[in-house]
Design a binder for this molecule. Structure first.
Ligand SMILES: NC(=O)C1=CN([C@@H]2O[C@H](COP(=O)(O)OP(=O)(O)OC[C@H]3O[C@@H](n4cnc5c(N)ncnc54)[C@H](OP(=O)(O)O)[C@@H]3O)[C@@H](O)[C@H]2O)[C@@H](O)CC1
Ligand SMILES: Nc1ncnc2c1ncn2[C@@H]1O[C@H](COP(=O)(O)OP(=O)(O)O)[C@@H](O)[C@H]1O
Ligand SMILES: [K+]
Length: 461
């Protein structure tokens, strides 16, 4: 099932729509608190629970949670530095029969943070900041309800002390912050608690693990996809991309390079000479250019030839520094996928006159202005294609090694050569990259990562 990722405004709309259909806010809060309590009991397994309740409906959820836990025989403390402000939260406060203190020690066991949810809109100050500091210092098992209380739900900005949580329970739907830096790594395991909301016109989702199919019975090397990797000034990076591409499904991987490659595997076909001639091979189903390309006139010339060829292509690394409106006009942007890291994204945005505050907004605006499929890499990888945004579970931080971007580009090129769908290829490439990293961890080289793409493929067949 595709799981939507909502902004605060979209979340409020979905809740309003539920109320228009006859489910009132009290009912939604009961569902949220009751369903979250099931997870909490699973984690607490009998240990005492402290619930921290804030002034809004996130605090209201906290009182419902405390009530359900108390009725189930749990020892529950509630710490609420202020009285609830919203009517529904006040009702939940009154329904809770147990004791509430305005401050106090956190008992070891489990702490459930319901100070603020998606309504947080400014810096967290005392008394709330002191409680979050206490929570951060406590050895207890920490659960954030909806979002960690110091995290702004749309942009993942950190507005106060941010403890490291063991579990974050998203209520009703995922929020953007669940998948964005800098807040994401503090959230621990993340689980979605459904409360029966319905979502229409969703434009952002969590990428679901892909299903990769084996070659058809009548497959041969050309109809399984021929990826041509166009090299340039430096020989190493395109070779690394080729090592990954050969293990990601394409039936044939060629390297168009004028270098000698004594380290290249025997099965990699290397063609030298006229690039225009090489590109005229009608059997090529996708191209990759950028790793090791260089940024001089010769590199620009090679990029122009790739774009003129009209074939689906992945543009990475140096190609992202060279790409400009004049070059892009030679191609059909719909068939192109760019894979910028933060620096390359900034460069592309400058070139195409895009200004936006966050990485997410920059990626969306760039895709909008250019029509490109944008895979904005990093710990919080974001894919934007034709108005749709996909977020991904976090990959291993061991991926922060030189050359791992070349491996990703190779996988993406290989998937694109296989079926020609840029969005699907980009999603598959991120999952395969993350899985290869998991299998190769810890402390792998990019070459080892490229080799781990083969067992990673087995995880998605
Ligand atoms: N609506 C629904 O149907 C459902 C909603 N659900 C739950 O509601 C949550 C959203 O609730 P919410 O909108 O009441 O906001 P919430 O996150 O509790 O906090 C806002 C409160 O804090 C205040 N405030 C903000 N920043 C502050 C600061 N820095 N320092 C101090 N105060 C600050 C702000 O008041 P203000 O002072 O701005 O007037 C307001 O009182 C959501 O995450 C989910 O858990 C579920 O039960 C499902 C059904
Ligand atoms: N801390 C991290 N956590 C998860 N993934 C990371 C992290 N750092 C980098 N990556 C991933 O590793 C790859 C690095 O790509 P890139 O910056 O182009 O490296 P290079 O240019 O050395 O090949 C990207 O796919 C990125 O998403
Ligand atoms: K919270």
């Amino acid at each position: 099932m595709t799981e939507p990722v909502l902004t605060v405004a979209e979340m409020r709309e979905a809740e309003k729509a539920a109320m228009d259909r006859g489910t009132n806010e009290w009912e939604l809060m009961q569902r949220a608190g009751t369903n979250a309590a099931q997870w909490i009991m699973r984690m607490a397994a009998g240990r005492p629970v402290t619930v921290l309740c804030g002034p809004g409906n996130n605090g209201g959820d906290g009182y419902v949670i405390a009530d359900v836990l108390g009725r189930s025989g749990y020892e529950v403390d509630v710490i609420a530095p202020v009285e609830p402000k919203s009517e529904t939260a006040r009702r939940a406060r009154s329904a809770f029969q147990g004791g509430v203190s305005s401050d106090g020690a956190l008992r070891t066991g489990v702490a459930v943070d319901c100070l603020f949810g998606y309504g947080l809109d400014r810096k967290v100050e005392e008394p709330f900041s002191k409680i979050l500091e206490k929570l951060a210092a406590s050895p207890c098992y920490k659960i954030a309800i909806d979002v960690p209380s110091a995290v702004q739900s749309d942009a993942a900005r950190v507005l106060g002390p941010l403890p490291r949580y063991d579990l974050t329970l998203a209520l009703g739907a995922w929020k953007q912050a669940h998948f964005l830096m800098p807040a994401m790594p503090a959230m621990g395991e993340k689980r979605l608690v459904t409360i029966g909301l319905e979502f229409e016109d969703v434009s952002s989702t969590v990428s679901a693990a892909p299903k990769i199919t084996s070659p058809k019975p009548d497959a041969h090397k050309y109809n399984r996809g021929l990826l041509a990797i166009v090299a340039g000034a430096m020989p190493g990076a395109p070779l690394l991309a080729a090592e990954a591409a050969m293990r990601a499904g394409a039936g044939y991987v060629k390297l168009f390079s004028d270098h000698s490659h004594p380290d290249a595997p025997a099965e990699l076909v290397i063609e030298q000479g006229s690039l225009a001639d090489a590109l005229s091979d009608g059997r090529i189903s996708a191209l990759l250019i950028g790793p090791g390309l260089g940024r001089d006139d010769a590199a620009r010339e090679r990029l122009a030839k790739v774009l003129e060829s009209g074939k689906p292509a992945v543009l990475d690394a140096d190609a992202l520094h060279l790409l400009d409106p004049e070059l892009l006009a030679m191609a059909d942007a719909k068939t192109l996928c760019v894979t910028p890291h933060e620096g390359e994204l900034a460069k592309l945005c400058e070139t195409f006159g895009v200004t936006a505050e966050s990485k997410l907004d920059r990626a969306r605006a760039l895709a909008d202005v250019t029509g490109l499929t944008v895979l904005a890499k990093g710990p919080d990888t974001i894919l934007v294609h034709d108005g749709m945004t996909s977020f991904f579970p976090r990959g291993s931080s061991w991926l922060s090694v030189a050359g791992s971007g070349d491996v990703l580009a190779g996988i993406l090129g290989s998937r694109l050569a296989t079926h020609g769908d840029p969005r699907r290829a980009a999603e598959e490439s991120v999952w395969l990259h993350h899985e290869a990293a998991r299998l190769a961890s810890p402390a792998f080289s990019a070459g080892e990562l490229a080799h781990a793409v083969k067992p990673a493929m087995a995880s998605f067949l």
